[in-house]
Design a protein around this ligand. Structure first.
Ligand SMILES: [Fe+2]
Length: 232
């Protein structure tokens, strides 16, 4: 039994989109995902997939991609990425109902693996694309969502936490952020994030241990689409 993580499949079964501009690693990447999951992940395993699942905008444009994910071996828990417009955060219970027994959607809730609570939210980092005021608004909302995930896990009695984000936990050049502080304050063992594509962005945030918390980047292209084992 194992817990795995990987993110940013950016599947495009129903829309015309390609990730080829991010390098050869994306060539037929869905075949790599399929092959690697079947070689590495067992039926009793759990994988957290850290967002940017599909290029489709509406749910009906993502159905083939979600079916692809559903058909990968083991239990799959999905996190929201910045491109997951099919997923309205406030309507997460509706998605969980619709995909019951097939996929689980992590937002304003938590899941568990052994005695660990799997908490998380999309997160946010400042990428200079938008005004700083807008970023602060999004940051505030994401912090609230993350705290809610922790509160629910604690209410259920969990004391050990793994924290999942789509965005890196820090903006470029930051040594700390509200996300790293929340991780430290709650004794989180590992923070797992993705979103960064292409070698130039792989070092945007933390790798390895920082102030007692271990950080892992699990972008699909960073891992050459092999899921990363988080726990046995
Ligand atoms: Fe992303």
């Amino acid at each position: 039994m194992a817990l795995w993580a990987i993110g940013d499949f950016h599947l495009a079964s129903q829309v015309d989109k390609s990730m080829d501009r991010f390098g050869l690693v994306w060539h037929h990447h869905e075949d790599k995902i399929w092959k690697n999951f079947h070689a590495m992940v067992k039926l009793e395993d759990t994988t957290v997939i850290t967002g940017d699942h599909s290029w489709g905008h509406k749910l009906h444009e993502c159905e083939q991609d979600l079916l692809f994910i559903e058909n990968l071996p083991g239990r799959k828990i999905l996190l929201r990425g910045n491109h997951d417009t099919f997923w309205n955060a406030n309507k997460t219970p509706r998605l969980n109902e619709r995909f019951q027994g097939r996929l689980e959607f992590l937002q304003n809730n938590f899941y568990s693996y052994k005695d660990y609570a799997l908490v998380g939210t999309k997160g946010i980092c400042y990428e200079g694309r938008d005004s700083y005021e807008h970023f602060e608004k999004l940051l505030e909302r994401e912090i609230k969502r993350l705290k809610l995930s922790f509160a629910k896990a604690k209410e259920a009695g969990y004391e050990k936490f793994l924290m999942f984000l789509h965005y890196p936990p820090t903006s470029l050049g930051e040594e700390e952020s509200p996300f790293t502080r929340i991780a430290e304050e709650n004794g989180v063992e590992q923070v797992i994030y993705s979103h960064c594509h292409g070698a130039a962005r792989f070092d945007d945030s933390f790798h390895g241990e920082v102030r007692g918390v271990t950080y892992h980047l699990v972008s699909g292209d960073y891992l050459n689409f092999k899921p990363l084992k988080i726990l046995d």
